[in-house]
Write a protein that binds this ligand. Structure first.
Ligand SMILES: CC(C)(COP(=O)(O)OP(=O)(O)OC[C@H]1O[C@@H](n2cnc3c(N)ncnc32)[C@H](O)[C@@H]1OP(=O)(O)O)[C@@H](O)C(=O)NCCC(=O)NCCS
Length: 125
């Protein structure tokens, strides 16, 4: 879980990408943050405002991130997702992520974390 201080610290770190989705009136709808190290990156956090969900905001953010990372020579994008988070799991599956590991009872509520990876070498940048 990321609190305000942790997110603010991330903003200043080398290799951190932040994408924000906004309306024409510049109201925030959703955002993501990822960190790249050499030719790998990790999607650290992604969230869309509840009233803006199911309109393709997260899909566009993930596609935008994948294109930016691929253009910068990053080859694989990893993430962790709670096994009970059906919405996020379906989003990532539709985006082409493949399962590559599991961390049992990783979250405070006892849920497992699934580790997923996206091969960015086929992504058009
Ligand atoms: C997960 C989350 C980011 C999805 O954002 P979103 O903007 O609503 O997602 P999109 O509209 O881009 O959905 C893209 C696809 O993901 C899947 N999906 C998204 N939300 C879904 C839901 N509630 N149930 C089932 N599938 C869902 C669908 O395949 C969807 O395509 P479709 O609408 O054409 O069927 C959003 O629900 C959220 O912020 N959740 C809380 C934070 C969170 O769980 N973040 C992920 C941490 S790993």
């Amino acid at each position: 879980m990321w609190d305000e201080a942790a997110l603010a610290a991330l903003l200043g770190m080398d290799g951190v990408e932040t994408l924000l989705a906004v309306t024409d009136e510049r109201r925030a709808l959703g955002f993501l943050m990822a960190r790249a190290v050499c030719d790998e990156a990790e999607l650290l956090t992604l969230a869309v405002e509840p009233e803006a969900r199911r309109r393709g905001v997260a899909r566009a953010l993930v596609a935008g991130l994948a294109a930016r990372l691929a253009a910068g020579g990053v080859r694989r994008l990893f993430l962790e997702v709670a096994s009970r988070n059906d919405a996020a799991r379906r989003l990532y599956e539709a985006a082409g992520f493949q399962p590559c590991g599991m961390r049992r009872r990783y979250y405070a509520d006892g849920d497992d974390a699934l580790v997923l990876a996206l091969d960015l070498r086929m992504v058009r940048s």
